[in-house]
Design a protein around this ligand. Structure first.
Ligand code: CP
Ligand code: NVA
Length: 297
């Protein structure tokens, strides 16, 4: 594996390998190897972040490297310098790059022009680091996804749902997505995905019924904040006690965070499942250290 650009580009074996490594790194935290000794990794972020930034900065340091945070306002990228020029400059100076931005193509282009290992830290298309942390959490809490039903309630064509759909395709678990009709994945995407284990419905109750994992995310992703009207379409999609009444006994609730209580999740349910949700947030660190170790040169 040279880069981590999407879940789509990973095989089942690579996903399993990263999760094994993440579990191992989590157990031996504090006794890390120094796989990034002497290396500088750039974090190029054109969108806000709490978890991703902090977990990468801490993870790189724990592996012996130096993180260099570059927000778009700090570098010429924010004034229109092309990605491919930025990539060719940084590729001569740093040993790896982590990018959070809008277009998936920008991350791909950076990986091609920089010549250094590149990680997608969220684009409009995918959030692969988050899904690896989520899968690690499902493994820890439920022992794995074999025979489990995973539900996603919310925006059916966000970076999170796209990454979940590719994870379901690769790993074979049942994924039921409930989303307003206007936010469902287009037919062409589903045809390309070609995953009979992924279902899409506009009925949150049917997706959540007998589900072992119920997952949600913000209704408006970063970059969509001006589409406030879209929120009205999500009436009835709050993950709350009423909706979860038909979920499987012992179900868990995931939220990648940040959460908007009273919109995609009720305060009561977030607090009831806080142990899982903040374990999921912590798992960003372990999953990303596994990615760094896998692709560092
Ligand atoms: N879940 C997640 O990626 O959080 P941040 O936006 O805070 O990095
Ligand atoms: N779908 C959300 C995820 C945030 C971590 C967004 O892109 O804003």
């Amino acid at each position: 594996m040279k880069h981590l650009l999407s879940i789509e580009q990973l095989s089942a074996r690579e996903i399993q390998g990263l999760l094994e490594s993440a579990a191992h790194l989590k157990l031996q935290r504090g006794r890390d190897g120094r796989q990034l000794a002497g290396q500088t990794w750039a974090l190029i972020f054109t969108k806000s972040s709490t978890r991703t930034r902090v977990s990468f900065e801490v993870g790189i340091r724990e592996l012996g490297g130096f993180p260099m945070f570059l927000s778009k306002n700090d570098i010429q990228l924010g004034r229109g310098e092309p990605i491919k020029d930025t990539a060719r400059v940084l590729g001569r100076m740093v040993q790896g790059a982590i990018i959070r931005t809008y277009a998936q193509q920008d991350v791909t282009e950076f990986s091609e022009y920089s010549g250094v290992p590149t990680i997608n830290a969220l684009t409009d298309d995918e959030h692969p680091c988050q899904i690896l942390a989520d899968l690690l959490t499902v493994r820890e809490k439920l022992g794995g996804w074999e025979g489990r039903k995973i539900a996603f309630v919310g925006d059916g064509f966000s970076n999170m749902t796209r990454s979940w759909m590719w994870a379901a395709k690769r790993l074979g678990f049942e994924l039921a997505i409930a989303s307003p009709a206007s936010c469902q994945p287009p037919a062409a995407f589903l045809a390309n995905l070609d995953a009979p284990n992924v279902s899409i419905t506009a009925d949150p109750q049917s997706a959540v019924r007998d589900a072992h994992v119920i997952n949600t995310d913000v209704w408006l992703s970063m970059g969509q904040e001006d589409q406030k009207d879209k929120e009205f379409e999500f009436a009835g999609f709050e993950v709350n006690a009423g909706l979860l009444a038909s979920a499987a006994p012992g179900h868990i609730v995931l939220h990648c965070l940040p959460a908007y209580r009273g919109k995609e999740i009720s305060d009561e349910i977030l607090e009831l499942h806080a142990d899982t949700i903040f374990q999921e947030a912590e798992n960003r660190l372990h999953a990303q250290k596994a990615i760094l170790v896998a692709i560092a040169r």
